[in-house]
Design a protein around this ligand. Structure first.
Ligand SMILES: Nc1nc2c(ncn2[C@@H]2O[C@H](COP(=O)(O)OP(=O)(O)OP(=O)(O)O)[C@@H](O)[C@H]2O)c(=O)[nH]1
Ligand SMILES: [Mg+2]
Length: 389
């Protein structure tokens, strides 16, 4: 071998070896600052190194990941902002209000006109009972009014619809911190349990609700108690990550949903989180075992503190079919509020009135689209105004 190659080889070994020694020393924090600051140019400087790109004051990988997450977090839309934006979509749910108004404004209504009104009300899912009493009321008012003045007619119809929707119901979510159960540790969070049949929008609503709460500066923990499919926990985790909310889940498919719900409530209590929102698997109301499981989830969560809010998620497009489901869920776990989803995809806004009557609990939230912020508190006046166009 040529002597020159041997010499070059030795130089290379010294340079590379020395460089790696310095590099390893710095990682262990054993190289004094002066050494690393004043050391001559070495191989290390020439190697592509992530360390070299680090800002001064080296951060731990965890802190770095945290900063990266914070930079990509979304800011959910404010509540007034979204209510304003979603108004037009509510109008879609209530073509019926506008249609009735236009017939009423003809003045001097014939029997055919009244039939037209009745058909419109019935197809909006108001149900026969409500339709009949509203028809009686409108006939009386029309006689008293004796006018077709659109403004006057509108005022009458508005008042009647508002009475049906009932603005006196308390629609606020119960976000008060509950009293801890006997012997429970920590500061329990207000708990919200999301229930309903398959595909109504429970997981989506948990995600959207977390955003509503983030917009209100609340701290939240999400619990993925739908353990039937791994994809369900994944779906919820994605929602949580977008706004920096922790999701408690089980890595094991088919784990006991009650235990996941408990862990979520436990973590929230340990951390002093404001609200814990627990998603559950969709279930048909005629599966007794699955309905019992819901009861168990609730009972286990109550080992920490009472569950203040049990929201039944109903798909508005299923109309009257949703009513039977609603009753069974209500008997199984005691519903405290209704979330009516997919109101953007139906002209059957009358379901708001029907479901409240049958269950005796208010619609608290409405889903008006697939967008992340397409969930809003239900506002009776806004709803009726939207119905009337
Ligand atoms: N248009 C519209 N789509 C919605 C709304 N809420 C939910 N969805 C859609 O409904 C579909 C089902 O939503 P999920 O949240 O997965 O329903 P789920 O009740 O969790 O379903 P399971 O867990 O399978 O029972 C998704 O495609 C959602 O985007 C809404 O308010 N409007
Ligand atoms: Mg789901």
């Amino acid at each position: 071998m040529e002597p020159i190659l041997i010499v070059l080889g030795i130089i290379l070994i010294i340079v590379v070896g020395g460089g790696l020694w310095l590099y390893a020393g710095r990682r262990r924090g054993q190289v004094p600052d002066e050494v690393s600051a004043h050391k001559p140019m070495s191989v290390e400087d020439l190697l592509p190194s992530e360390e070299g790109e680090e800002p001064p004051g080296e951060e731990s990988p965890e802190a770095e990941a945290g900063a990266e997450r914070a930079a990509t977090l979304e800011s959910p839309e404010s509540i007034p902002g979204r209510m304003q934006r979603l108004r037009a979509r509510l109008a879609g749910a209530g073509g019926f209000g506008k249609a009735v108004l236009s017939v009423l404004s003809r003045g001097d209504l014939t029997e055919e006109d009244w039939e037209e009104i009745e058909d419109t009300l019935l197809t909006s899912d108001l149900g026969i009972e409500v339709t009949t009493s509203l028809m009686d009321e409108l006939r009386t008012q029309a006689k008293v009014l004796g006018t077709s003045d659109p403004e006057a007619v509108r005022t009458v119809l508005r008042a009647e619809l508002l009475k049906l929707v009932d603005p006196t119901l308390d629609r606020s979510l119960n976000l008060e911190r509950p009293t801890p159960a006997d012997g429970a540790q920590g500061v329990p969070a207000a708990a919200i349990l999301m229930v309903g049949v398959n595909g109504t929008g429970k997981t989506t609503t948990c995600g959207k609700l977390a955003r509503v709460l983030v917009a209100q500066d609340k701290t939240i923990v999400l619990g993925a108690a739908d353990t039937f499919r791994a994809a369900a926990a994944e779906q919820l985790t994605t929602w949580g990550e977008r706004v920096g909310v922790d999701v408690v889940r089980s890595e094991k498919e088919g784990a006991d949903p009650a235990s996941v719900a408990y862990d979520a409530a436990r973590q929230a209590a340990d951390q002093g989180t404001d609200v814990v929102v627990v998603d559950t698997a969709g279930r048909l109301q005629n599966k007794a075992g699955l309905m019992d499981e819901l009861g168990k989830i609730k009972r286990v969560m109550e080992k920490i503190a009472p569950v203040g809010e049990i929201l039944l998620v109903l798909d508005a497009t299923t109309g009257q079919n949703g009513m039977r489901q609603a009753q069974v869920f209500s008997e199984a776990v005691g519903i405290t509020g209704i979330v009516l989803t997919k109101l953007d995809g139906t002209a059957k806004g009358g379901i708001v009135v029907t479901v409240q009557r049958e269950l005796g609990v208010p619609v608290k939230l409405v889903g008006l689209g697939e967008g992340a912020d397409d969930l809003a508190p239900f506002d009776p006046e806004g709803f009726v105004d939207a119905l009337l166009g």
